[in-house]
Design a protein around this ligand. Sequence first.
Ligand SMILES: NC(=O)c1ccc[n+]([C@@H]2O[C@H](COP(=O)([O-])OP(=O)(O)OC[C@H]3O[C@@H](n4cnc5c(N)ncnc54)[C@H](OP(=O)(O)O)[C@@H]3O)[C@@H](O)[C@H]2O)c1
Length: 248
Amino acid sequence: MDKILLITGASRGIGAATARLAAAQGYRICINYLRQQATAEALVEEIQQLGAEAIALQADISDETQVMKLFEQLDQQLGPLTALVNNAAILETQTRLENISAARLQRILATNVIGSFVCAREAVKRMSTAHGGNGGAIVNLSSAAARMGSPNEYIDYAASKGAIDSMTIGLAKEVAEQGIRVNAVRPGIIYTEMHAAGGEPDRVDRVKQWVPMQRGGQPEEVAKAILWLLSDEASYTTGSFIDVSGGR
Ligand SMILES: NC(=O)c1ccc[n+]([C@@H]2O[C@H](COP(=O)([O-])OP(=O)(O)OC[C@H]3O[C@@H](n4cnc5c(N)ncnc54)[C@H](OP(=O)(O)O)[C@@H]3O)[C@@H](O)[C@H]2O)c1
């Protein structure tokens, strides 16, 4: 069976590393992105040069209509989905709760929680044996923040990842009999551009002293855990979490 994978937010960071590794493992890949069209298209070209198949589709996953269109385009261009990585997420400037507006909360939750839920819903409709599908696997990107709470930085973001943990547990149980496994990866502090959005591009190097392994992680190290959870090697694993956080 063809392995057809959608990775949301794959133009850079952990999503892009996952796309590269998945290409090497024979997946046909849809790289979703929000703004960075040139980077997403360059990644598609890089993957195609390795002899694998990839397409790039723009969609804002916080917008249900755009998600519906994304999945329809994917159906037409690649065929029936077998794997989803719910990777796209945002955070905003580091601050305390006193300074967090309802508008900011709505932005964070719309992308990180509602976007992931709606993408999971569309994936389940396609993969579930109850809907005529052949099963599949979903991996959600949670965060060590869900366990730690991210005080003084972004407890809104941390709470959005707590919601992802709950969704992983609940959905895994809901679709286990329908051929779908649902798991999550909780990265710690990883060298990506996400920290710049919090106002501190070099955050990993400041915080790494609190990591037992005394270093930040690389996106490729997270991608390996994601790909394992997607693979048949993890055939009896569902509703589970892998912490890729250097012991933190
Ligand atoms: N980096 C870390 O230390 C860390 C730690 C724990 C968990 N995580 C989680 O790991 C995942 C990936 O993080 P990262 O560090 O690789 O992030 P990143 O470098 O900031 O990349 C974010 C990606 O998401 C896309 N995106 C953002 N909003 C979107 C939207 N509304 N619709 C579609 N795509 C959207 C971006 O697209 P454009 O480039 O086109 O804008 C980009 O491709 C996230 O879920 C994050 O919470 C990261």
